[in-house]
Design a protein around this ligand. Structure first.
Ligand code: PLP
Length: 416
C-alpha cells in the first residue's frame, strides 16, 4: 500500500477527536449548569464569590497539598511561583529548552534570567547532572517540566537544590496525576511549588486558567497577594504590600473548572489505556522507542512520545511525522520548531524596548543544549492522545504508524 504522502489512500480521512473542539473534550450538562449558576448569582468575580475559592480547596485536596491559588493561565500560575521566590533582577532560574514558552515568560516577567540546561534524550526532561552544571551563586530556582505528562526526576532535583536554598518549581501544565519516581504523591507536590494549566488543550479545561499549589504558607500568601495587586484583603486594609498583578480567575472559569476536576481521573485513565494499546501493538518495530508499561503507569499522556533511531528507521522525525500527517494522524516532528532559546524573543533578546533586559549580555545560540536539539531535529515524534479515542481510532493510528514504518524501513533496507 503506497503512503498517502505518495498518492495512496490515507488510513484516515475522518478527523480524529481533538482537544480543539467538542469532539475531544468532555464538557457536558454539568459545566453548562455551573455557568448558569454563576450567571444567576450575579457574582462573576472571585472576590465576593465562592466558586474559585471552592476550586482552590478541591484542587488542594485532590493533590494533597496545603494550599492552591487560582489564576488566569498556566503562564500566570508559573509567574505566581517565580514571583513568590522574589528573585533580584538578574538572578537566574534554570529551565529546560523543550517546553511551552510560558515556562520562560514567568522568569523574564520577574526580570530574572532563564538559564537553559539540557535534557534527557528519552524523556526530554531536565537531568540532575545538567542542572548541577548550570548552578551559580545567582541561581534562585529550577523549573522542572514534566514533559508530555512524563515525570521529570523531581526527587533528585529536590535533593540537589534544597541544600543550596534553590526553590524547585514543577511545571505540571502537561502533567495532571503524573506519578514521579521515588516517594509518594503526584507531580506538583514533590518540589516546593507546582503549576497547572486549564487552557483549551490540557487534560481538563475552562478555556484558560491556572492553578499553583504549595505546602508552604508564606509562598502561598505571596502568590495569593501577587495575583491580586498585592492587596491584603484578608486584613481589611486598602493597601498594596508589594507589586502584584491582577491575575484573578473569574467565577465562570472557576465553576467550570470545578466540574472538570471531577472528570480528571477518568480522563487520565482513558489516555493511559490508549497509550497501553499503542505500545502493545507497536512494540517491536525496529528503531522505535515507545513508552513502556511501567512508564505508562506514571505518565498522563498529554501527548504520546515516540523516539526514533533514524539509522534503523531509515528516515528522521520530519519525514516520519509528515507521512503520518498525510495518513490523517495528528503527529508532530519534534514537538517544537526549535528549542525555546532559539526563538526570536530569546535569541534576539526582544524583551523590554531595545534594552534586552534582563538577558542583555547573554547569548543564546545553537549548540547550547545538543540533546534537546537532536530530539527536535531528528528523533522525537509526538502523537496526539485523547480520552475520546474509540478502539477504531486507535486501530487507525496503529495501522498508520505500521504503514509509515514499513515504508521507510523497506527503503532503508534496500539502500543498506
Ligand atoms: C501549556 C503550557 C504552559 C502554559 O500554560 P497556558 O495556560 O497556555 O498559559 C506552560 N508550560 C507548559 C509545559 C505547558 O504545556
Amino acid at each position: 500500500m503506497p503512503l498517502a504522502l505518495h498518492g495512496g489512500t490515507p488510513v484516515r480521512t475522518e478527523p480524529l477527536p481533538t482537544s480543539l473542539d467538542s469532539s475531544g473534550r468532555i464538557l457536558g450538562r454539568a459545566e453548562q449548569e455551573a455557568v448558569e449558576r454563576v450567571i444567576a448569582s450575579g457574582v462573576l468575580w472571585r472576590v465576593t464569590g465562592t466558586e474559585v475559592a471552592a476550586l482552590e480547596t478541591e484542587f488542594a485536596a485532590l493533590l494533597g497539598t496545603a494550599h492552591a491559588v487560582a489564576s488566569t493561565s498556566g503562564t500566570s500560575a508559573l509567574h505566581l511561583a517565580v514571583a513568590a521566590v522574589n528573585p533580584e533582577p538578574g538572578d537566574e532560574v534554570i529551565v529546560p529548552p523543550v517546553t511551552d514558552f510560558g515556562t520562560v515568560i514567568a522568569v523574564l516577567a520577574c526580570n530574572a534570567v532563564p538559564v537553559f540546561a539540557d535534557v534527557d534524550p528519552v524523556t526530554g526532561c531536565l537531568t540532575p547532572e545538567s542542572v548541577a552544571a548550570k548552578i551559580t551563586s545567582r541561581t534562585r530556582a529550577v523549573i522542572a517540566v514534566h514533559l508530555f505528562g512524563g515525570p521529570a526526576p523531581i526527587g533528585e532535583l529536590v535533593e540537589l537544590c534544597r541544600p543550596r536554598g534553590i526553590t524547585v518549581i514543577e511545571d505540571c501544565a502537561q502533567a495532571y496525576l503524573t506519578v514521579p519516581h521515588g516517594g509518594t504523591g503526584y507531580a506538583g507536590t514533590r518540589g516546593d511549588i507546582g503549576c497547572f494549566s486549564l487552557q483549551q488543550t490540557k487534560h481538563i479545561t475552562a478555556g484558560d486558567g491556572g492553578l499553583t499549589v504549595t505546602d508552604d504558607p508564606e509562598l502561598a500568601r505571596r502568590m495569593r497577594l501577587f495575583a491580586d495587586k498585592g492587596w491584603p484583603r484578608d486584613t481589611g486594609e486598602r493597601t498594596h504590600l508589594f507589586l502584584g498583578l491582577n491575575y484573578r480567575m473569574t467565577e465562570l472559569v472557576g465553576a467550570v473548572a470545578r466540574v472538570q476536576l471531577t472528570r480528571l481521573g477518568e480522563i487520565v485513565a482513558a489516555r493511559r489505556a490508549v497509550a497501553a494499546r499503542l505500545t502493545k501493538e507497536l512494540d517491536g518495530l525496529a528503531g522505535l522507542r515507545l513508552p513502556s508499561p511501567e512508564e505508562i503507569s506514571r505518565h498522563s499522556f498529554w501527548l504520546y512520545p515516540i523516539l526514533l533511531d533514524p539509522e534503523l528507521v531509515g528516515t528522521d522525525n520530519a519525514d516520519f511525522g509528515a507521512a503520518l500527517l498525510a495518513e490523517g494522524i495528528p503527529a508532530s516532528a519534534g514537538y517544537l520548531d526549535r528549542p525555546v532559546y532559539l526563538t526570536p524573543a530569546m535569541a534576539e533578546r526582544r524583551t523590554y524596548g531595545i534594552s534586552g533586559f534582563p538577558i542583555d549580555g547573554r547569548h543564546y545560540a545553537k549548540g547550547d543544549c545538543p540533546v534537546a536539539e537532536d530530539m527536535i531535529e531528528r528523533t522525537l515524534v509526538v502523537l496526539q492522545c485523547n480520552e475520546r479515542y474509540s478502539d477504531q481510532d486507535v486501530d487507525d493510528i496503529i495501522t498508520a504508524v505500521r504503514r509509515v514504518h514499513a515504508h521507510f524501513a523497506h527503503f532503508a533496507h534496500l539502500a543498506g
